[in-house]
Design a protein. Structure first.
Length: 327
């Protein structure tokens, strides 16, 4: 059995779909609340459903049958004000699962984030040494909580402390694709701007407030969710590979290019207008992210990233344009 935490979430549900299609027994760990997240798993054949509160007891009963833990569960909102809640969920639970995998001798794959890089001043290199990680300065509590766990893992590995037989921290960049609909303001630009673009209205983007960067010229490493799933599947098939890895396309693209790809996928010419960025975002806004994929490639991962235009078109044609946009 593969235990997936955050299985009803965006990346977690896509991983669950992929593994179940391959005949793996998937144990989904999550809360569903009162929103539509259950639909992310509605078509998945699940072996079991477990709440986070019940996970310790469940693992104690089934530890011999668990093949690996894929830990995608987290509070991922960059604007969540309750830092204690963020730490309890993103750090304490991650550390508990790390120790469980150490004791049970099971692989442990977990979601880190490109938010750990902060403003990018120290680069986007997935160097897992304690010294390199110490130079990073996340811009929000979410990024800090993920960075806190990365640093703890790096310390344990560097000091020779016990660790799982395989471990991998995945620094996901700007992921987009099906099953992100419950994320509200944290949804990708593609899904947020799709309704207006489909009506023929302008795609609105933030103005630039940095000299030398035109409006719409802010750049991100946009990565289609299927590419993230492919990395997880590859790691599960290669238990000899461990480390902290970037997961992105490896190429930064501008928001203007993203908006143009969105319009093109709808058969329309680019139609973009620019709006003021909220004051509270301007000092913390990232103008550039780009995953250095050298380390993952050196580990043996060879699959090509989905080009932005193809990913946006696939997302719109296969999901957003349909009555049921879920995977």
């Amino acid at each position: 059995m593969i235990v997936i935490t955050g299985a009803a979430g965006f990346i977690g549900s896509n991983i669950a779909h992929a593994l179940a299609r391959r005949g793996r027994r998937v144990v989904a760990v999550d809360r569903f609340g009162s929103d539509e997240r259950w639909r992310n798993l509605a078509s998945v054949e699940l072996h079991d459903l477990v709440t986070p509160e019940a996970l310790a007891g469940w693992l104690a009963q089934h530890d011999g049958a668990v093949e690996a833990v894929v830990h995608m569960g987290a509070i991922s909102s960059t604007t969540e004000p309750d830092v204690d809640l963020i730490v309890e969920t993103n750090f304490r639970l991650s550390l508990w699962l790390w120790h469980w995998c150490v004791k049970a001798r099971r692989p442990f794959l977990y979601a880190s984030s490109a938010a750990t890089y902060g403003d990018g001043g120290a680069g986007f290199n997935d160097d897992e040494s304690p010294q390199a990680l110490a130079a990073l300065r996340p811009l929000n509590a979410y990024g800090w909580s993920k960075h806190l766990f990365d640093r703890r893992v790096a310390h344990d590995v560097a000091s020779g402390a016990p660790r799982p037989p395989q471990w991998a921290g995945l620094k996901f960049f700007n992921v987009y694709g099906p099953n992100e609909y419950h994320k509200g303001g944290m949804r990708s630009v593609v899904v947020q701007k799709f309704p207006a673009a489909a009506r023929g209205e302008p795609v609105t983007l933030y103005r630039s407030y940095r000299t030398g960067v035109p409006d719409g010229g802010q750049r991100r490493d946009f990565v289609y969710v299927d590419d993230c799933v492919a990395v997880v599947e590859w790691l599960l098939a290669h238990p000899e590979v461990s480390g902290l890895y970037n997961v992105g396309s490896g190429t930064a693209r501008s928001f203007g290019e993203l908006a143009a790809a969105l319009c093109a996928a709808l058969g329309r010419p680019a139609n973009i207008s620019y709006i003021e960025m909220p004051l509270q975002l301007r000092e913390r806004y990232q103008y550039f992210t780009e995953a250095n994929m050298t380390k993952l490639r050196a580990a043996g991962y060879t699959a090509a990233a989905t080009p932005l235009e193809r990913g946006v078109q696939r997302y719109i044609e296969d999901y957003l344009s349909r009555a049921d946009p879920y995977r």
